[in-house]
Design a protein around this ligand. Structure first.
Ligand code: NAI
Length: 477
């Protein structure tokens, strides 16, 4: 019978306060905090190292590659900065090695954090047997854990186009593309969400011929429309082919790579032949095989429904991160949700996740940072919307960096000057968004931000100018 101890189950008598399944940024941060609160905690991980998707095949390796791509870009465009650099050479295996070194260093760091906070680590696959009981399939058999609370932090994996199977060679997901041994001559990417556009940026800089195919009418569709337009414009300018409203079909492995039939927005059908194809059409939650059927937890299209304290419909069972319904699949959301759940378990105060205060950060060039409502969302919600927009072309630090593309856009409510959303695309946009997130969290108004002094010359002056633009009073544009 499913859920019953198998022959080799070792019953651990000792009860835990918290069993966490999954050691991504959500799970391991929750474990650290649980340790700090003095909760007897165990974390279960099925992979050989701690850290989850973000550390091993997501946020960290992509940003490591991106940094190398930026350095390569500096060298190849050094003349523009008055620096002569003859015959720069890209050593891609060394780029990959650097990425792996960073990952391994951080994975060790996470293990150290577990030790320091007295969190036990069990290597194996965790499955909920029922409230308060988790089985772990380890290399030495199944081990049963008794616990007061369970936290599901099992994350997500790449969604596939039906009928298509990724291989390690030509049809790739976010995992395989990180380990290509050389920069592909040509790369097609299906899906222009965060994963798709980040890899487009990285490999274009490394020298690949890149085509992005998106079925919706715009790239990065969750962002403000102006941001999508600006990114598409820049991508085209640097030679990335962008096809929105495009459908790919008949995807075949060929001698030399992959061929696909693309129906373009104008109805024309074109056969595209590329060396590699990346599928980046979203992620599905890892909620199968973890024993949810043995609980009263409720699902919404595979995602777990939770309350403001991250608790599922089954008391004592919590869910955080990519498996949760209703919050975006972002590492920092997982961390925040994990800390909320642990605070609840430990009887501490907590503030539930505020959907409109979650920063989005997309590491393209130009970089994207956003928080709160887009202009269209604010209008749809009935606000009397006032927009302020300031282009980086009016920002002197952007001129110094040689990156003038993009803007800061403030979406506000005319009545009280409430900041409803801020959308940045431009140099280091993903870093600059921090000011807007803090301003919104502190419930600062447009006027507060106008009276906030911004240092000169900095990129973040563009935020001050954008807030002034709400009243048509920017200085430098
Ligand atoms: P996504 O859901 O953000 O984007 C997928 C895109 O693929 C959508 O624009 C969708 O319209 C398009 N699409 C779906 N099926 C298609 C098809 N058959 N043909 C053409 N286009 C198709 O998913 P993505 O980019 O894979 O990212 C997954 C999650 O990971 C997201 O929640 C994302 O925010 C998160 N993430 C965040 C990053 C960041 O914050 N920097 C980086 C990478 C991922």
């Amino acid at each position: 019978m499913d859920g019953c101890p198998k022959g080799d189950v070792t019953l651990k008598k000792m009860a835990y306060d918290l069993v966490i399944i999954g050691s991504g940024p959500g799970g391991y941060s929750a474990a650290v905090r649980a340790g700090q609160y003095g909760l007897k905690t165990v974390i279960i991980e099925k992979a050989p190292k701690l850290g989850g998707t973000c550390l091993h095949v997501g946020c960290i390796p992509t940003k490591a590659l991106l940094h190398s791509a930026e350095v390569w870009d500096y060298f190849t465009h050094a003349e523009e900065q008055g620096v002569s650099c003859e015959n720069p050479r890209l050593n891609y295996p060394a780029v990959l090695q650097r990425k792996s070194t960073i990952i391994n260093k951080h994975a060790k760091g996470v293990e150290m954090l577990m030790k320091k906070n007295k969190v036990e680590v069990i290597w194996g696959f965790g499955k909920i047997v029922g409230p308060g009981q988790v089985d772990v399939q380890t290399s030495e058999g199944t081990r049963r854990l008794e616990t007061k609370n369970i936290m599901i932090a099992t994350g997500s994996e790449a969604r596939m186009i039906p009928g298509l199977t990724p291989d390690a060679d030509r049809i790739l997901t976010n995992i395989e593309i990180l380990n290509l041994t050389a920069v592909p001559k040509s790369l097609a990417i299906i899906g222009a969400g965060a994963v798709g556009v980040e890899f487009a940026s990285i490999f274009k800089r490394f020298g690949s011929e890149v085509t992005v195919l998106e079925m919706l009418p715009r790239v990065v569709p969750v962002e403000d429309e102006d941001v999508s337009k600006e990114l598409e414009k820049y991508f085209r300018k640097i030679g990335i082919r962008v096809e929105t409203g495009a459908k790919a079909a008949n995807i075949q492995r060929t001698e030399a790579g992959v061929s696909l039939e693309v129906t373009l927005a104008n109805g024309k059908v074109e056969t595209l032949n590329v060396e590699k194809l990346l599928i980046a059409v979203g992620r599905k939650p890892n909620t199968e095989s973890i024993g949810l059927e043995n609980t009263r937890a409720e699902l919404d299209r595979g995602f777990i429904k939770v309350g403001p304290d991250q608790q599922t419909a089954e008391p004592g069972i919590y869910a955080i991160g990519d498996v949760v319904a209703g919050t975006p699949q972002l590492a920092h959301v997982a961390t925040a949700e994990g800390l909320i759940a642990v605070a609840k378990i430990a009887g501490k105060n907590f503030t539930p996740i505020k959907r409109n205060r979650i920063p989005g950060a997309t590491y393209t060039e130009p970089g994207i940072g956003s928080v709160g409502l887009t202009e269209a969302q604010a209008k749809a919600q009935g606000y009397d919307v006032k927009v302020g927009k300031f282009p980086f072309v009016g920002n002197s630090k952007a001129t110094i960096l040689g990156h003038h593309e993009g803007f800061v856009k403030v979406v506000s409510d005319a009545k009280y000057g409430e900041i409803l959303g801020v959308h940045i695309i431009g140099p280091h946009g993903y870093e600059l968004i921090a000011e807007a997130v803090a301003a919104m969290e502190a419930e600062a108004t447009v006027d507060t931000m106008i009276n906030t002094i911004h240092a000169h010359p900095t990129l973040y002056e563009a935020l001050g100018e954008a807030f002034n633009s709400v009243y048509g009073q920017a200085i430098n544009f």
